[in-house]
Design a protein around this ligand. Structure first.
Ligand code: ADP
Length: 599
């Protein structure tokens, strides 16, 4: 962190923390309870030196018959104070920790809920790792703020004020001396302590660097080994670990020095004041009990100052964390549901009508380059339209706009005659099924993976969809059938099997509009046949847009659209376009199977 930014954080810290209030306000009652426990504990702490003094002066010092009664009484009182202290401290710890955990849990959920609502534009500029670290590290900092720092600050502020008052009540002269001594002793310790904490943060950062590096490399082991970079990577990691060690040693050296200085100074000051006090006792201007009481209050005040300075440092760190989290929470997705969404007209039996009117779009990160320009297209309900074009023509972009991951800068997209910007996002996306090129398989069993298409589908519906998608047989043959675990730590599926899972998902959703991005990777003949059959089942009774890579697909499409540089350059059927001998004919010769040119 640079000096300027840390100064900014310091300056803005209070304001930022105030913006966390909405997360704290629901728990007013708990805060009140914690506050009561806190005040009681501080009161008990402050009562102890006084009880001590009474014990010494009246119990030990006082002569005569009453001394035994007194001593019993004061020991009972002292124990009573200890009981209050114990209960109140435990109650404070319980309430305050509860608050810390509760607020952190709320904050984590709120940030996650907010992040998953963001449009793809957000994820283009924000790395997942960063979001994760905000969800974990930053929220943990706030947890320590709410769960400890605030109560530490209040407790020590009370102890400081109370202790200081009692010091002056006990002895104005000694108090004035000790105030000066405290300033001389505590300030350098506080200053030095800050340095140690900064160093310890540095050393944590270095360890984080090393483990980030290790994480990246371990995820890429096959590449590392194929290039025989093992020794090099070990050396790099070793260097990074050494760096962490050196930073840690800096902290340890500073800390050792701090220990020597702190103990010497604090004890020096105590011994000095004790010496002054002892003389006062000898002179008779002070009782032994008063001296004892004085020393204890001085210790309380000194401890409070130290703790307060520590809390201040933590509060600043938490303020930085809060700032980052609130920043994340205040990001507004550019894609929002319409405020007063219009309903879709009743669904036609054979699918949805789609219409693009003069759509021009550039990605936010590339304002100069129109990925789609002036695109117009009308698709009838039930029609199957194949989209063909060289890589970069804008085919995928068209799908992204239909799903409203982005809004076009010009023109409009209509679903069943309604501008999709006037629909609720959920309504729009529920009306669209997507079969992507690369199917995401979640770490869950087969039945839940297909159920991702429609969360409330029954097992029977899932199995029916799997059957239509030609996925039933291979799933049945898995070790535990539909209960087999798929994904990262489960069964690895072949490309064709993954596609059929994706098709089953889309079938389960049963949308009026299907967006299909055919896989480019070649499948073996058997898989190809199964996938083709599944796709035909999926297209039945709905409007389909397909980014086509297969001859069979373009041949069976009602219409083929050829795109290039964000424009539609040709439209027709396979036969008419081949006959025309334009872009499609040359693409088809390259892209589809060798028999293509003739058939
Ligand atoms: P296709 O699917 O036909 O291969 P795309 O729709 O993916 O083409 O891409 C169309 C154009 O938009 C290309 O020039 C591509 O580089 C650009 N593009 C695609 N995605 C993004 C993005 N997220 N940000 C910026 N430019 C993009």
């Amino acid at each position: 962190m640079t000096t300027t930014s840390s100064r900014q954080t310091e300056k803005g810290s209070l304001a930022v923390l105030r913006r966390l209030l909405p997360f704290l306000l629901p728990y007013k009652r708990q805060f009140l309870l914690a506050g009561i426990a806190l005040v009681m504990a501080a009161g008990a702490t402050l009562a102890i030196p006084y009880a001590f003094k009474q014990m010494i002066d009246l119990g030990f010092g006082g002569a005569g018959t009453s001394s035994r009664d007194h001593i019993d009484l004061y020991f009972i009182a002292l124990f009573g104070v200890a009981c209050v202290l114990a209960l109140a401290t435990a109650a404070r710890f319980y309430m305050v920790s509860w608050l810390g955990e509760r607020v952190t849990a709320d904050l984590r959920s709120a940030v996650y809920r907010h992040v998953v609502m963001q449009s793809p534009q957000f994820f283009e500029t924000t790395q997942t790792g960063e979001v994760l670290s905000r969800l974990t590290t930053d929220t943990t900092l706030i947890q320590s703020l709410v769960g400890t720092s605030i109560s530490m600050a209040l407790r020590n502020a009370l102890l400081f004020a109370g202790g200081l008052t009692m010091l002056f009540v006990t002895s104005i002269k000694l108090s004035s001396i000790i105030l000066v001594l405290l300033a001389v002793v505590v300030l350098p310790i506080v200053f030095f302590g800050r340095r140690v904490r900064r160093l310890s943060r540095d050393s944590q950062d270095r360890v984080a660097d090393a483990s980030a590096m290790a994480g990246e490399i371990l995820n890429a082991m096959p590449t590392v080994q194929a290039f025989t970079h093992e020794a090099e990577e070990s050396r790099r990691f070793g260097a990074s670990v050494e760096q962490a060690f050196r930073t840690a040693m800096q902290r340890i050296r500073a800390r050792s020095l701090l220990t020597v200085v702190a103990i010497l100074l604090v004890f020096g000051a105590i011994v000095f004041v004790l010496w002054l006090g002892a003389h006062a006792v000898i002179r008779g201007s002070m009782t032994g009990g008063e001296l004892g009481q004085f020393i204890l209050y001085a210790a309380i005040v000194a401890g409070a100052i130290g703790a307060l300075s520590e809390v201040l440092g933590e509060a600043q760190r938490a303020a930085g964390a809060a700032e980052r989290l609130l920043e994340l929470l205040s990001v507004e997705s550019p894609i929002q549901s319409a405020a007063n969404p219009r309903p879709l007209p009743p669904r036609a039996a054979n699918g949805a009508a789609v219409s693009l009117k003069n759509v021009t779009f550039h990605y936010p990160s590339r304002p100069q380059y129109a990925s789609l320009s002036g695109l117009s297209l009308d698709i009838q309900p039930g029609e199957t339209v194949a989209i063909v074009g060289p890589s970069g023509a804008g085919k995928t972009t068209l799908f992204q706009l239909l799903l409203r991951f982005y809004d076009p800068q010009q023109g409009a997209i209509l679903l069943d005659g309604v501008d999709i910007r006037q629909l609720d996002l959920g309504t729009l996306r529920n009306a669209i099924g997507v079969v992507p090129q690369e199917t995401v398989i979640f770490s869950a069993n087969a039945i839940d993976n297909i159920r991702y298409g429609r969360a409330d589908a029954s097992d029977e519906e899932v199995i029916a969809a799997a059957k239509m998608a030609a996925a039933h047989e291979f799933i049945e043959r898995l070790p535990e059938g539909y209960r087999s675990f798929l994904g990262e730590r489960g069964v690895r599926l072949s490309g064709g099997q993954r596609q059929r899972i994706a098709i089953a998902r889309a079938l389960l959703k049963n949308p009026p509009l299907l967006l299909l991005d055919e896989a480019t990777s070649a499948l073996d003949a058997e898989s190809e046949r199964l996938v083709q059959g599944a796709l035909e089942a999926a297209m039945m009774g709905r409007t389909t847009l397909v980014i086509a890579h297969r001859l069979a697909t373009v041949q069976s499409a009602d219409r083929i659209i050829v795109m290039e540089h964000g424009h539609i350059v040709e439209t027709g059927t396979h036969a008419s376009l081949v006959a025309r001998g334009g872009l499609y004919a040359s693409l088809a010769a390259l892209q589809f199977s060798p028999g293509m040119a003739t058939g």
